[in-house]
Ligand binder design. Structure first.
Ligand code: MG
Length: 280
């Protein structure tokens, strides 16, 4: 398989990410797919999507879950609304996550990505134990589908994330590493974090960002690839050092500005191609 195929975060029906036609125009061969809405998660739709993707020469590396009611407006809102952490939404979201996994299986995709939310750092916190239990439940369900769960980085430090993975104790639990999130949420140096998480990194987002002047309190600013504080070449070198050869999936979340989004992703692809040539 080609080392580091370039991909984009995409969606079929107005989720986050670029539309499939744009992915095709950008010339990428790989996408991470933001889950379609429930009404489109049917066997017939899966067949239709697969036929479209095949005609475009695009494969899906990861299906990313997302839930109604999640908001990334600011850090406290994220803590309250994102992933499997909010207790009032947990049961319904676990159920929906399993449905999304089943849909990913229909698409022949063996990895499901997720922002699990802000896991409490204190292992004695009852909420930590609850999130631990549902994560095991989800991992076991995915295992039955022959799938892995990839947790998106960013809302905790590498140490906290590793401690959580260890506590869950399932062999199909991995990491989708997003270097910009580490910076945007103020959770540590992304290059060091890649090295720490090592072989648990099974998919990545190529995204860039600048540190907030109050890291961890307010968000940093997402930037076009190469214009933030990640250091894309250092990031790719760090991925090389841990033996990561999978897709480099560009994520640029400005769907309200599709023309700018496309242009910036295009420039991001050119940057990654350059870096790939340099590193070899
Ligand atoms: Mg991301």
């Amino acid at each position: 398989m080609e080392k580091w195929p370039i991909g984009v975060f995409a969606s079929i029906d107005a989720g986050l990410g670029v539309q499939l036609d744009i992915a095709k125009e950008l010339g990428v061969t790989s996408v991470q797919l933001h889950t379609p809405h429930k009404a489109n998660r049917t066997p017939a739709k899966a067949e239709e999507f697969l036929a479209r993707l095949k005609a475009m020469g695009i494969t899906i590396s990861v299906v990313f879950a997302g839930f109604e009611g999640e908001s990334y407006a600011d850090i406290p809102t994220c803590q309250r609304t994102v992933g499997l952490v909010p207790a009032d939404r947990r049961a319904e979201r676990v159920q929906e996550l399993k449905e999304i996994a089943d849909f990913a299986k229909l698409l022949g995709v063996n990895a499901v990505g997720l922002h699990i939310g802000f896991v409490p750092h204190d292992h004695a916190d009852p909420a930590f134990q609850d999130v631990l239990m549902v994560t095991r439940d989800v991992c076991d369900y995915l295992k039955g589908n022959g799938q892995n769960l990839h947790l998106e980085t960013g809302q905790e430090t590498a140490e906290t994330l590793l401690a959580f993975l260890e506590a869950v104790g399932r062999d199909n639990l991995f990491v989708n590493f997003d270097p910009a999130n580490m910076i945007l949420y103020g959770c540590g140096d992304p290059i060091e974090a890649v090295t720490q998480i090592g072989s648990r990194v099974r998919s990545v987002h190529c995204k860039d960002g600048k540190w907030s002047d109050q890291p961890g309190v307010t968000f940093g600013a997402e930037m076009p690839l190469g214009q933030g504080d990640v250091g894309m070449e250092s990031f790719i070198r760090a991925l090389d050092a841990i033996g990561y050869t999978g897709p480099l999936t560009i994520e640029r979340e400005i769907p309200q500005e599709p023309e700018r989004q496309k242009a910036e992703i295009g420039a991001g692809i050119a940057l990654l191609e350059e870096i790939k040539k340099t590193i070899g």
